[in-house]
Design a binder for this molecule. Sequence first.
Ligand SMILES: [Zn+2]
Length: 329
Amino acid sequence: MLDELEQLKRLSAKVGRDLTLTQGAGGNTSLKQDGQLFVKASGKWLANACEEPMFLPVDLERVRRAIPVGREDTDAAKPLIETPLRASIETSFHALLPQSVVVHVHSINTIAWAIQREGADRLEALLTGLEWRWVPYIRPGLPLTRLMAERLAPQVNVWVLANHGLIVAADTVAEAEALLNEVESRLAIEPDPQPWEEEKLKGLCANGQFQLPKHPVAHQAALGKRRVRHAIEGSLYPDHTVFLGPACASINRIDQFRKQWKMEPKAVVVEGAGLLLAAGVSDGAQEMAACLGLLLERVDAVGDVVYLHREEVCGLMNWDAEKYRQSLT
Ligand SMILES: [Zn+2]
């Protein structure tokens, strides 16, 4: 039988290859064993969990002790082995939770509910019978972990993080996977894919300023008035901000975007045709463009959304820990 860490790697790779659960370096998993917490390294892609070393042992008690008093996760989560890698920005909530196995994903189905104004109320019916908690949006890292600590109870094993994602926890990898599947099936939303206009988009790429997205599903973000509004009005979850910037620009209003955000847009929506990315964007940005398309082709059916506040967006774009993660992606 495979040991638990080996099983965790397999589950991580499976979860990491599923774009509806994980995009790029997002999401992280961990295992507690003999006083150590094995947690995914920052910037690494779960999809590669079986091919490259990415689980770093950190001192579980040390990370736990730092939760109420620490300044940032990385202070206490120094790996117990010699490595150039850093532990995940989100290590502290892995340490906080009592269960041995913790799986955190940026699940599209979860995010579609977790960006709703009435999200917590609506999930009440969908998740009935499960021991779950809603956590209002707060910056990932120690602030999030402290908010979770206020809501912690030993039996709670499902956490919905507003404008962010999902955490499931269990005592074995197999149980964590089963719980993840259960939550995913309860929160599943049927997507409504629309046709995009490849030729028109190619024409707009002719001057070399833009490129087509690697994942065609990204176009869905531009196919419909409401989707376009959601794409250009702001950022719905932290990784969008970190990898794609504060919002998408509308092709007709790029100047307005530049004026508002003092930067060039990384993603541009062409209403009714599809989505373009700036030439040379990172692989992480490509993944986040797919994330947005997958999300917005589901959100139409659900309701009205809440964006991150401008201060939250600016904070994420200037956060050192995030700059490190982006540099790896
Ligand atoms: Zn996250």
